[in-house]
Design a protein around this ligand. Structure first.
Ligand code: PMP
Length: 383
């Protein structure tokens, strides 16, 4: 129940990758025999990824994952900006791969506006409009937060961005492949995706760059990816990403519908069985399969360890920081009462989960919380 951190590789994806880890080892840039199949496979994968998001193949650039795509979009657009120092608009609930990239720009002299969110984690499109000024070079916004699941009003923000001729980048790592995501309908200029979030391999991703968007390279060197992202391609990984995109294109609608039903069963079940829970993120405008909450009077990590002992894998926040035990800037931005964020837990369901899995969690979790609360000095009247 931790698909927001990663998803398992589909057997069909592995099968598509294997030849490119074996006999088809050639460099796709080679003009000789060995380069031919890898080159074709790369371009087929590009078409598959483009088709999943309704882009043109030449607007898709492969990267080593979402982190690289986010860094590239942010640093590459800022570097190409006519206004220096540039102004960048983002939100208070971004993934670290966005947050740290904009903070680097800030240290280099850029002005950054961090937009607040409401208690559901929504950015207000009006606040975006108000933040734009003559120097604004980029708006970068998460499509959906991996921590609280809220899906942001990207189409409305895109309309505002377009009216002001400011490029809009979305971090669609959690949505693409899991929620039907059409970059043309949304009207965004750049979008980040990661293969491992929709049953493809880790270490693969792409940046969608609308034709005409000014963007300098992040990685310089050879002429791969039309000269915009240097380095010999991860051919097997990209082939896997392409195959995962084909499967997602066929299944995403049904996937989202099935997981939304399981999500609601999980949320309603927890609500009915455990008192003093505070669900985080938007109640309906959220990722399918994603339930996030704060459990009063307990530490989220304690709950997770006890769930792990029962065979349930869940997370207490972003997996990127889970080993640091830092309090989450995303939960802080929601304005939760102090201490509540310590009890954060998130369940993100995926293709392998069933209603029986949800019911098993609903059976084992209430006594765990009850036991921890009985020992907790945090509870009212506690020791
Ligand atoms: N953005 C979001 C919203 C994410 O959830 C993640 C990872 N789960 C990333 C970016 C970074 O992805 P990666 O670690 O694959 O580069």
């Amino acid at each position: 129940m931790d698909h927001a951190s990663t998803t398992p590789l589909r057997p069909e994806v592995l099968a598509a990758m294997l030849p490119f880890l074996g006999e088809e080892f050639g460099n796709p840039s080679s003009l000789h025999y060995f380069g031919r199949r890898p080159h074709e496979a790369l371009e087929q994968a590009r078409a598959s990824v483009a088709s999943l998001i309704n882009a043109k193949a030449e607007e898709v650039f492969f990267t080593s994952g979402a982190t690289e795509a986010n860094n590239w979009a942010i640093k590459g657009v800022a570097a190409a900006a006519r206004h220096r120092p540039a102004h960048v608009i983002t939100s208070a609930i971004e993934h670290y791969s966005v947050l740290h990239a904009v903070k680097t720009l800030q240290r280099q002299g850029a002005r950054v506006t961090f937009l607040p969110v409401d208690r559901y984690g929504l950015v207000s499109p009006r606040s975006v409009a108000e933040a734009i000024d003559d120097d604004t070079a980029l708006i970068t916004l998460t499509h959906a937060s991996n921590e609280i699941g809220t899906i942001e009003p990207v189409a409305e923000v895109a309309e505002i961005a377009r009216a002001h001729k400011v490029p809009l980048h979305i971090d669609a790592t959690q949505t693409i492949g899991n929620v039907p995501t059409d970059v043309a309908a949304l009207g965004v200029d750049l979008a980040t995706l990661a293969g491992h979030q929709f049953y493809g391999p880790k270490g693969t991703g792409a940046l969608f760059v609308r034709k005409g968007t000014r963007l300098l390279p992040l990685l310089e060197g050879g002429l791969q990816e039309s000269g915009r992202r240097a380095g010999t391609e991860n051919v097997a990984g990209i082939v896997g990403l392409g195959r995962a995109a084909e499967l997602a294109a066929a299944e995403v609608q049904q996937r989202a519908e099935r997981l939304s039903v399981l999500r609601d069963r999980l949320r309603e079940g927890l609500e009915a069985r455990i008192p003093d829970l505070a669900f985080t993120g938007h109640p309906t405008q959220r990722l399918p399969g994603h339930v996030s909450l704060c459990i009063h009077y307990v530490e989220g990590e304690s709950v997770l360890l006890m769930l792990d002992a029962k065979g349930i894998a869940a997370a207490s926040g972003s997996s990127c920081t889970s080993r640091a035990l830092k309090s989450s800037h995303v939960l802080e931005a929601l304005g939760l009462e102090p201490g509540l964020a310590n009890g954060s837990a998130m369940f993100s369901l995926g293709d392998g989960n069933t209603a029986e899995d949800v019911d098993y969690l609903l059976e084992v979790m209430p006594p765990i919380v009850e036991r921890l609360r009985a020992m907790s000095p945090l509870r009212p009247g506690g020791n």
